[in-house]
Design a binder for this molecule. Structure first.
Ligand code: CTP
Length: 446
């Protein structure tokens, strides 16, 4: 989803860079427009470097010979249509006043009038300006028109005064944007344990047996789960990737180390997703010294423990377990057999023989299998795939009795239950609508 960040001219303008980063962390595509005053505080180049896009600073084309916003005079309409949300951070008293009164004398204010997307403002200013009746009246007008106001925090202000007027925390602003976009924190309260990467089994001090897993799928899952409000424990075999911010990273190398880490952390987890490519065998002897070339060599392998099977044996009630299956032939049949053999709630089956997806690729295509359903997840980026997998995990989290109730109601032609009819499930109306949609798809698949 795409977000336009409007930066207006206050001392907090420099914090807009953190707001951009926080939004990007949630996989949102971000562009920036700045007012003239904002440019007194921070250079457009900062935002251009962060977003990889030209920063729009004017309504008008740049004079001949100067680089600038050549198409800017019509861009406010295009950008207004492009953006799924407009967030102004910081929003100065002046910008709020212009918004409230419909003044459109620069790109930001013009785009505000032209967009039909949700608009959020994160004010930051001196406490007296914030408390002034004019500012408060403008905010009230904006609220009544549906603008979401992200209240400033209180504290020591740049002007030396103490009180309300500090720009809200960038993470908080990002989560308000996610809410406005309908990307709720649907994994809030969950502790998601994810395994990632490919384990390595040593042959001698310098050599190991490994596999082609890059960790990209597991790291994408960690980032997606974190951005949907979960606490994430990422148990990673060697990977060249940087871990996503705010996830708890546990580094391991061998299948045995991964087993120990998973078993010791699994009591904390409510959801376990095992996307790591774990070695099935390890050399029976690890040489102390580097092996010398002495002609043909035979290495004996011993099987490693099947961590996933052990996790299923040790699971406590309510823990949801999702495995991955890398298959090179008959992916659906083999995946289904693996699901049943391992006793997991779901398995994400990858056909790793397909060119361009799977191991070490940024793309993936898979089928999300449960005991009764097969949901096709066609080729997409691993980051998108991570969200689709988690959508299904959230679906499995819903009480089965409610799903069955909804399915029966739909099959028998009854209207979908209203909020009041399902109030006993202590879920909100949003839950009911989503559950109904999910059950409809389940019926089709079954
Ligand atoms: N797995 C595991 N411990 C192992 C091997 C695999 O926990 N020693 C997990 C993987 O993390 C994955 C799932 O089991 O979630 C399936 O892995 P995969 O390699 O596809 O299957 P295997 O169980 O190893 O079976 P096979 O290699 O025979 O297909």
């Amino acid at each position: 989803m795409k977000v336009m960040v409007g930066v207006s001219g206050g001392i907090a303008a420099y914090k807009a860079a953190e707001v951009v980063r926080a939004l990007q962390k949630h996989a949102l595509e971000v562009r920036v427009t700045m007012t003239d005053s904002a440019r007194q505080f921070i250079q457009p180049l900062t935002f251009a470097a962060l977003t990889g896009h030209k920063v729009i600073t004017s309504l008008w084309p740049a004079p001949d010979g100067e680089s600038g916003d050549s198409d800017a005079s019509i861009e406010h309409i295009a950008e207004a249509q492009w953006a799924d949300a407009l967030v102004v951070a910081p929003a100065t008293a002046n910008t709020l006043a212009k918004f409230a009164h419909g003044l459109a004398d620069d790109f930001l204010t013009t785009m505000y009038l032209a967009t039909t997307a949700p608009v959020l403002v994160a004010p930051a200013m001196n406490v007296n300006m914030w408390e002034h009746p004019a500012t408060q009246a403008n905010l009230e007008t904006l609220r009544q028109r549906g603008v979401r106001v992200i209240e400033p925090g209180a504290g020591y202000l740049a002007c030396g005064m103490v009180g309300a007027g500090r720009l809200a925390d960038p993470e908080y602003i990002a989560s308000a944007v996610l809410n406005a976009l309908g990307r709720s924190h649907d994994l809030a309260g969950e502790v998601v344990l994810i395994t990632a990467g490919g384990t390595r089994e040593a042959l001698d001090p310098v050599r190991f047996l490994g596999n082609r897993s890059s960790g990209k799928m597991g790291y994408a899952l960690a980032e997606a789960a974190q951005s949907r409000g979960a606490r994430v424990i990422l148990i990673s075999a060697p990977s060249a990737l940087y871990p996503p911010a705010h996830v708890e990273l546990v580094k391991v190398t061998t299948a045995d180390e991964m087993r120990a880490a998973v078993l010791s952390r699994m009591p904390e987890a409510t959801v376990i997703v095992k996307s790591a490519a774990v070695a099935d065998y390890r050399p029976s002897i690890v040489a102390d010294q580097k092996l010398k070339r002495t002609g043909p060599m035979t290495i004996e392998f011993l099987p490693t423990e099947d961590i996933l099977a052990e996790v299923v044996r040790q699971r406590r009630p309510g823990q949801l377990i999702v495995g991955f299956a890398a298959e090179t032939q008959n992916p659906l049949e083999n995946g289904r057999a693996k699901l049943l053999k391992k006793g997991v709630d779901a398995i994400v089956v990858n056909d790793v023989s397909r060119v361009g997806i799977g191991f070490d690729s940024d793309q993936n295509g898979a089928t999300f299998l449960t005991a009764t359903t097969a949901i096709d997840l066609p080729e997409m980026s691993k980051r998108k795939m991570a969200d689709r997998v988690l959508d299904e995990v959230v679906g499995l989290r819903r009480p089965q009795s409610l799903l069955v109730e909804l399915s029966v109601a739909e099959l028998s032609g009854e209207a979908l239950p209203s909020k009041s009819q399902t109030a006993s499930s202590d879920q909100g109306s949003e839950f009911v609508v989503k559950a109904a949609a999910s059950s409809r798809r389940q019926i089709i698949i079954e």
